[in-house]
Design a protein around this ligand. Structure first.
Ligand code: GTP
Ligand code: MG
Length: 215
């Protein structure tokens, strides 16, 4: 059978509950925004294919629950990720301070060469901004991570740019053989065992291996 892609990458989205991780994923993959808040239960993923530097890249993007009660489950997914998006809400200082906790998890459980990007979300709420762009940038720089501000709500949130930057960094820092196709990779739903997210992915998506949730 013809290979559908050259490289498979696993990206992980982490950060406090409510910062907009699921909305960022939906905006990036489906181009839509859900204003009604439904906390992620456990972990979900979506798949997006794109071409970067003439390589067909399949990204499996894992969306974790930010609520502390799911930490034990979500930590199990750090190891498989080549890239991590560390998200905070620019209108909520507490979520920015929490990045220290998420970084310590990433350092403890992720691969040492995982590429990390700090993402300040909800720039459309600039009126209520609590974390300056400079603070976000400096924090990322101190940790040697890249930095973006964006908005899942606004269509001009530059999400394509955010993900392309992360994918390019991964391609530079990871040996290609670690991201080539394997039988397990081609059937990501084999990782899934249990209930659907409260937000509810369709059965068709699930059957196509495009999403799932694990509690
Ligand atoms: N104004 C604005 N609201 C946003 C944005 N992104 C997300 N939200 C809202 O923030 C709330 C939380 O969004 P989610 O994406 O569910 O948050 P989460 O980080 O996935 O939360 P958990 O699943 O609990 O970890 C929802 O009410 C969203 O509508 C944004 O860019 N701008
Ligand atoms: Mg969520």
């Amino acid at each position: 059978m013809t290979k559908q892609y050259d490289l498979l990458m696993r990206l992980l989205i982490i950060g406090d509950s409510g910062v907009g991780k699921t909305c960022l994923l939906c905006r990036y993959v489906d181009g839509s925004f859900f204003p009604n808040y439904a906390a992620t239960i456990g972990i979900d993923f979506k798949v997006k294919d794109l071409t970067v530097d003439s390589k067909r890249v399949r990204t499996q993007i894992w969306d974790t629950a930010g609520q502390e009660r799911f930490d034990t489950i979500t930590k199990q997914y750090y190891r498989r990720a080549q890239g991590i998006l560390l998200v905070y809400d620019i209108s909520n200082m507490k979520t920015f301070i929490s990045l220290n906790k998420w970084i310590s998890f990433a350092k403890q459980y992720a691969r040492s060469n995982a590429q990390v990007m700090v993402v300040g979300n909800k720039t459309d709420l600039d009126e209520w901004r609590a974390v300056t762009r400079e603070q976000g940038y400096r924090f990322a720089q101190q940790n040697n991570y890249s930095f973006f501000e964006t908005s899942a709500y606004a269509e001009t949130g530059h999400l394509e740019e955010v993900f392309r930057d992360l994918i390019t960094r991964i391609m530079i820092n990871h040996p290609p053989e670690l991201m080539s196709q394997s039988s397990q990779d081609s059937n990501p739903t084999s990782d899934c065992e249990s209930e659907e997210n409260e937000r509810g992915f369709s059965l068709a998506d699930r059957a196509a291996g495009k999403c799932c949730s694990i509690v």
